[in-house]
Write a protein that binds this ligand. Structure first.
Ligand code: CAA
Length: 261
C-alpha cells in the first residue's frame, strides 16, 4: 500500500506516477465512515507532498462508488457534534488536494459519495452509475458541499430535483447535465480513468497543478460562502425530530413518518 495501516482505502502507486485509490467497505456500500475519510485525507496529504505522484484515480470498484456518509455514525450526533466534527477537516484536505484527481464511478454514488465524486476534477462513469443526494429522506441535507457543487455543475432545476425529491440521476443523464465527462461500460470505467490519469501524469506537473487551481478559481469565490451556510444548516437539522426519525427508519428498514419538528 501507498500509506501503511489503512483498511478503508486500498492504494497503489505505480511507475507512471499514478496513485490508484479504492474505497474498501463493500459490505457497507463503501459508506464514508469517519475512519475512511481520515485515511483518504492522510493519503492525499502524503501524495500532495510526494513528487512521485502526479495524478490520482479514485474508485469504489465495479459495483458501487459510495452510498454516502455512514448513517449508523450519524444516529446520536448533536448539532454541537457536527460543529466539532473532524470530518470537516478531512473534507478540507480532500478539497485542497492540489494534483489532478480523476473519479471512476460505478453503481450508487449517493449523498456524501456524490459529494466526494464532485471533489474529483474529472469523472468517468459506468453505465450503471446512479447519482443522488437522498439526505432529505433522513431529515437532513447534503453537508459536504452537495448543495453548492451540484448546483454549479448541473444547474438549479436539476439540482433541486435531486436535493428536494431525492431522485437519482442516471449516468447518461449525468453526462448530458455535465456532471460526468464520459460514460462507458462498467468494467471499463477504471481503465478509462487510469488511461486519462496516465495522460495527465505525462504533462508538466507544476503546470497541471496550477491549471487545476485556476479552473477551480472559476467557482471558488462563490463556493466559500455557500459551503459555510450549508454546513450550519446541516448541523441545525441534527436538532430535529425528523432527523432522528429518518435515521431510525433507515436503520430499522421501514418508511419514515415526518412531522415537521
Ligand atoms: N451508511 C451505513 N450503512 C449503509 C449505508 C450508509 N450510507 N448505505 C448502505 N448501508 C448498508 C446497509 O445498512 C446494509 O447493511 P446490512 O447488510 O448490515 O443490512 C448494506 O449496506 C447494504 O445495503 P442495502 O441492503 O440497502 O443495499 P441495496 O443494494 O438494496 O441498496 C442503497 C443500496 C440504495 C445504497 C441503500 O443502501 C441506501 O439507500 N443507502 C443509504 C443512501 C443514503 O441515504 N445516503 C446518504 C447518507 S447521508 C450523507 O451522505 C450526509 C452527507 O452528505 C454528509
Amino acid at each position: 500500500p501507498y500509506l501503511d495501516g489503512c483498511t478503508d482505502i486500498l492504494s497503489e502507486l505505480d511507475d507512471k506516477y499514478v496513485l490508484s485509490l479504492r474505497l474498501n467497505r463493500p459490505k457497507a456500500r463503501n459508506a464514508l465512515r469517519t475512519q475512511l475519510l481520515h485515511e483518504l485525507a492522510q493519503t492525499l496529504g502524503k501524495a500532495n507532498r510526494d513528487e512521485h505522484v502526479r495524478c490520482v484515480v479514485l474508485t469504489g470498484g465495479e459495483k458501487v462508488f459510495a452510498a454516502g456518509a455512514d448513517i449508523t455514525e450519524m444516529a446520536d450526533k448533536t448539532p454541537v457534534d457536527v460543529l466539532n466534527d473532524p470530518r470537516a477537516d478531512h473534507w478540507a484536505a480532500i478539497r485542497t488536494f492540489n494534483k489532478p484527481l480523476i473519479g471512476a464511478v460505478n453503481g450508487f454514488c449517493l449523498g456524501g459519495g456524490n459529494e466526494l465524486a464532485m471533489h474529483c476534477d474529472i469523472l468517468i462513469a459506468g453505465k450503471n452509475a446512479q447519482f443522488g443526494q437522498p439526505e432529505i429522506n433522513l431529515g437532513i441535507i447534503p453537508g459536504a458541499g452537495g448543495t453548492q457543487r451540484l448546483t454549479q455543475m448541473i444547474g438549479k432545476s436539476k439540482a433541486m430535483r435531486m436535493v428536494l425529491a431525492a431522485q437519482f440521476m442516471s449516468a447518461e443523464d449525468a453526462e448530458k447535465a455535465g456532471l460526468v465527462a464520459e460514460v462507458c461500460e462498467p468494467e471499463l470505467t477504471y481503465d478509462k480513468a487510469y488511461a486519462l490519469a496516465c495522460v495527465i501524469a505525462s504533462k508538466p506537473p507544476v503546470a497541471a497543478r496550477l491549471a487545476k487551481e485556476s479552473v477551480l478559481k472559476a467557482s471558488d469565490a462563490l463556493l466559500a460562502e455557500g459551503l459555510a451556510f450549508e454546513r450550519k444548516a446541516f448541523g441545525t437539522l441534527f436538532a430535529t425530530e425528523d432527523k432522528a426519525e429518518g435515521v431510525a427508519a433507515f436503520m430499522e428498514k421501514r418508511k419514515p413518518v415526518f412531522k415537521g419538528r
